[in-house]
Design a protein around this ligand. Structure first.
Ligand SMILES: [Zn+2]
Length: 118
């Protein structure tokens, strides 16, 4: 994405330079520096936005569901349930909602794959 943007910017810069016929080196360097700065700025903005989005409760719940973790629906966005190590064994895992204390018992990932193989 960033590489594509840089390439596009480079093509635009070349196209802008073409009509005049002569290119001064300092200007080219300045243009490149500006482009690099803009590209890094854009990249940083994208990274911050991605990070911010990942921290949103609804995104967290969606990702947890993708990973096969239970999500409690006591809130609008859903709360990712946490594994309770004391109540869990190697074959069954007990999840607990940190928000309302709701519990969810399920097969451990190891046990689930073992059962699927049969
Ligand atoms: Zn809950």
């Amino acid at each position: 994405m960033i590489a594509l943007l840089a390439t596009t910017a480079g093509v635009v810069a070349v196209a802008l330079k073409a009509p005049s016929g002569e290119v001064s080196l300092p200007l080219t360097l300045a243009t490149q520096l500006i482009l690099i700065a803009l590209t890094s700025l854009f990249g940083a903005g994208t990274a911050v936005y991605t990070y911010w989005k990942r921290c949103q409760p609804s995104e967290k719940a969606a990702r947890a569901l993708q990973q096969g973790r239970p999500v409690c629906h006591c809130t609008e966005d859903g709360v990712v349930m946490l594994l309770d190590p004391k109540q869990s064994s190697s074959s069954f895992w007990r999840y607990e909602c940190p928000q309302c204390g709701n519990r969810n018992d399920g097969l451990s990932p190891g046990m689930a794959t073992a059962l699927k193989r049969k």
